[in-house]
Design a protein around this ligand. Sequence first.
Ligand code: SAH
Length: 266
Amino acid sequence: MTGKVWFVGAGPGDPELLTVKGRRLLEEAGAILYAGSLVDRAATLFAPPGCEIRDSKDMTLEEMSAWLLDQTARHATVVRLQTGDPGLYGALVEMTRPLTAAGIEWTVVPGRSTVRSAVPGVSSAFASAAAAGETLTLPEVTQTVILTRVAGRTPMPPGEELEALAAHRSTLCIFLSITLLHEVQRALRAAGWAEDAPILVVQKASWPGEEKIVRGTLADIKQRCQAEKIASQAMIVASPALGAADWPTLARSKLYDPAFAHRFRK
Ligand code: SAH
């Protein structure tokens, strides 16, 4: 057997937010290793009968790589199902490197697997904005989105401290940081954000029946999250564009402005 491992972005939790390609790969899979802490088991809903399904939450990276390699000896399609998009905080490279290394070694044994592909997914950053009916960019307000986190056990590289990134006053989607809201508040204050700057927190964005949306300000977002008992699986969005749906006036997007001609509209 010459199996292939596919790294598939599962989307934020709602199984309907899987890509069509991701769903097809699940339907063909002989084995699926899914990220149990965040991917709703419903995401494995599409696995065929007899498919070997394993939750990775108690496994080390080495065990995961070994499991995936082992499955390629028995199945043509092996899926590693990751939350959101595999390219964001997904340990993708750590997982693919040992596989690739093994694949190169195996080229001397023709017919063993190589591992090179990933399938993108809807990131929770986008699912969170969508859940709250918010836009991450807005003409003449912010045209930039920064996807980041604050330092936990993983330190931030120099120059990427939240305080420095927040100085841009653009949209910040802050992953993996809900237990560090005090640090988010400290950084935004240090960067000069006002106490009444709007902050959005979405827990389990898109999860049917479990999604929670909390709106607050820099001053009170922590208390509001505590009141809602939100301590995990949440996205923090800080952006000058939050709440724009209710603003009395907006700068128009040039793309749809009648006074602005472009390639498709003279
Ligand atoms: N690759 C994933 C992110 C994995 S890191 C993606 O693209 O979404 C895990 C972090 O993602 C969590 O700490 C949380 O900040 C965020 N997250 C993942 N799923 C989420 C969801 N459904 N709702 C809100 N935040 C989520």
